[in-house]
Write a protein that binds this ligand. Sequence first.
Ligand SMILES: NC(=O)C1=CN([C@@H]2O[C@H](COP(=O)(O)OP(=O)(O)OC[C@H]3O[C@@H](n4cnc5c(N)ncnc54)[C@H](O)[C@@H]3O)[C@@H](O)[C@H]2O)C=CC1
Ligand SMILES: CC(C)CC(=O)C(=O)O
Ligand SMILES: [Mg+2]
Length: 372
Amino acid sequence: MKLNIAVLPGDGIGPEVTEQAIKVLKAIALEFDHTFLFKEAAVGAVAIDKYNNPLPDNTLDLCKSSDAILFGAIGHPKYDNDPSAKIRPEQGLLKLRKELGLFANVRPVKAYDTLLNKSPLKKNIIEGTDISIYRELTGGIYFGKKHLSEDGNAASDLCEYSREEIERIAHLAFKAAQDRNKKVTLVDKANVLETSRLWRKVVTELASQYPDVLLDFLFVDNAAMQMILNPKQFDVILTENLFGDVISDEASVIGGSIGLLASASIGEKHAMFEPIHGSYPQATGKGIANPVASILSAAMLLEHFHLHEEADLVKEAVDKSLKLNVTTPDLNTKYDNISTSKVGDFIADFISNPKDSNLNFTNIHLGQSTII
Ligand SMILES: NC(=O)C1=CN([C@@H]2O[C@H](COP(=O)(O)OP(=O)(O)OC[C@H]3O[C@@H](n4cnc5c(N)ncnc54)[C@H](O)[C@@H]3O)[C@@H](O)[C@H]2O)C=CC1
Ligand SMILES: CC(C)CC(=O)C(=O)O
Ligand SMILES: [Mg+2]
């Protein structure tokens, strides 16, 4: 298969982790005889520095003309610490999602058997957790009208949703549940918010088209608690933009690190693949950022194009790396010298030589006689 992939590394650790995902996709292309062509463009703070625009036209054009987009992360402390900045890196990402119509953000969350002791949560609580979060991505409070009073002492953000915006992602969530454990939990705040009451009404109506799927409801405050108390109760979580953003970072604690959580942002015409984490500025250039979220986002890209064998091999390589402790410091209490790029090398090499012994990989890439 031939794929044109737009690469938007962005800020902070974005370029480091995206480099590893590309390494892995190149290994897949070689192994399975695909042609993946990568073209890079600026987004976020680096694009503001260069073009005074967090999403320059040439970046948007490249994304529109590509088959898929691999996105790193955006964000820089100089904007985080300056509430008065009018041009901000995050505007680049939000505009990209809106312009490309990427209305569904799918965020898988699972507890890896080999990492059960890395989570601060108890093993018996998280073991077997397998959740798919369907977060609405182009509506809600992130996109509503914003207002700051002239004296700067009052502000508002409008939260709006239409039936159509709710229906299109709800269909995807129900269909996903049909292929999984047949349960959708709608997370909202319908006891307070009019938009949430619309979500409940529309999703309840739609549920009759999916009689094999159980529809459940949780208020978001309770859902945040349930995520920690009993995450195994969840199968597919369907929710609006803001709640999905918050609850998925919380859910990353189950896996042991947010550096593991991948996502696919899907629209009618376009698809973008992005880790759920941000630009983690404190880690920039240190080689400590976990690249697995980016690598698993690349696996979701492969799945999007029905390259399931290829995606499974990436996931197998990731599992192997976690099992052998070939991980960055966020998950590694055993070895302190395993960098972002060493993890990428290991996973790419596993893809090229899946039958080689573990020892060979570790010898080559960790420079140690044995780590097993
Ligand atoms: N999709 C995006 O591009 C996102 C961008 N942001 C932006 O990123 C900047 C930093 O935001 P934060 O709230 O600090 O969120 P963040 O996700 O960048 O980092 C939060 C914490 O998560 C951990 N972490 C994140 N990525 C990791 C990785 N790959 N490996 C290991 N640990 C990792 C670190 O402990 C870090 O302190 C801000 O400018 C924010 O606006 C935040 C979230 C998403
Ligand atoms: C700019 C933010 C909306 C990014 C974010 O936190 C996310 O998409 O998870
Ligand atoms: Mg977020």
